[in-house]
Unconditional design. Structure first.
Length: 197
């Protein structure tokens, strides 16, 4: 349980830090209003229907961006499996199952970046829908016994879903809303698992 909790915390830091480093090493200024985060992992205009945006990828940004997604996804899967075994209620376990699938989709985003076309879009939205749903379900399972933790999880789940709903036209700003909401949730529940381990 402690290993799973540590993996949840590490997953959040890996995702945020490596994506931020990829932005820093972008060969041109990364535009939060014109670029998607995955543009740092190799760009393909056909994948997003020839949407015009700055070319921001390089070998360095591709390595940082994609490895960040893959490593964060693998760590997230371990964390989500720990969540599954930590909870006893059916609602909690359903939420943890969604978390396992969602973190697997995060890993798949790094394996199938933007040039993969429709496959990337599917796994990106799978992550953006499955993990926030897991946050809502686990929060719902916690509300009677642990109102604060449950409310915290539900609130972050709503924020994460709001980010997902705006990804198609808001570019990387709603993606960062989603990323930080999920990262904050993973850290909080990772710490919770470390204490209960």
């Amino acid at each position: 349980m402690r290993i799973a909790g540590a993996c949840g915390i590490a997953s959040a830091f890996v995702a945020v830090c490596l994506e931020s480093l990829a932005i820093y090493y972008s060969p041109v200024t990364f535009s939060f209003t014109q670029n998607w985060l995955i543009d740092l992992g190799g760009m393909s205009h056909t994948a997003f229907f020839n949407v015009a945006r700055p070319e921001v990828s390089s070998p360095t940004t591709i390595l940082l961006c994609l490895s960040g997604l893959i490593v964060a996804g693998i760590l997230g899967i371990v964390f989500a499996i720990g969540l599954f075994y930590q909870g006893g209620s059916p609602l909690w376990r359903l939420g943890a199952t969604f978390a396992i699938m969602g973190t697997a989709a995060l890993c798949a985003m790094g394996i199938f970046p933007e040039p993969a076309g429709a496959v990337h879009i599917v796994v990106a939205y799978a992550f953006g829908l499955l993990v926030p749903t897991a946050m809502l379900l686990i929060g719902g399972a916690l509300v009677p016994p642990e109102k604060w933790s449950g409310g915290f999880s539900i609130t972050l789940g709503i924020v994460a879903l709001a980010g997902t709903s705006m990804m198609s036209y808001g570019r990387s700003i709603p993606e960062f809303v989603l990323l930080f909401a999920v990262a904050l949730w993973a850290i909080a529940f990772g710490v919770r698992m470390l204490r209960s381990g």
